[in-house]
Ligand binder design. Sequence first.
Ligand SMILES: [Zn+2]
Length: 258
Amino acid sequence: MHDRGGADRVPGVGYVRGEAGYVAGQTVGATGGISHAMASRAIVDAGVRLVAAGLVAGQDGNISVRMDDDLVLVTPAGMGKGRMTVDDLVRVDLDGRVVGSPNGRPSSELAVHLAIYRARVDARAVVHAHPPTATGFALAGEDFMAPLLPEIILGLGGVPLVPYATPGSGALGINVEAAIHGHDALLLANHGAVTLGSTLEQALQRMEILEHAARIILTARLLGRVNPLTPEQLKALRELRDGVSPGGASTFAQESAR
Ligand SMILES: [Zn+2]
């Protein structure tokens, strides 16, 4: 479940209350949940962060937040993630119907976002990007299910490789929905990666962790030696994750390291 506990945290974005409160005419919802204005500001900032970190290029990638009224705010189709304003974002319902969009169409990958919100009630934000090193592994047909790094097991629940489908197709959404149980990040074959979070901040951090881990594993490969965690070490990490992430409880298979 997402965090509703703290007095000063806002579910959905991980923002401290008031940080985005300057957006005219919008307030935090009556339930104390995330307002559309705060989600908008958080998504725009997240786009800038993805570009700055080199996790997207051109018009790559898309970001969404599920709000307390079960509407989803998503980035528009055909726009660089570092150039968006709050007015560019598109509001849709969980069936993908546009319910508020003064200027644009929703992301072409909306089906992936909605598939994740259907499959994971704990997901309040989804980030799709093309992190270059992690996507290189996806291009090579590799996943991150081998027990190599604690952050992959604890933070992401292992990262399976989703079979290729045409970007923007409903088939990609179906493939993602089938794979997302127990995992907070997925590699998309010949395409990119997707992460979810109970806040947008968490989804972003998971994308950053995925790319960072990919670089580490690639470095070990270049050095010529990859020492996997032992079964006992993996078991301890899985128990830790299952304790802290009931929505993303591990479905890790006991796989041998490549
Ligand atoms: Zn993509």
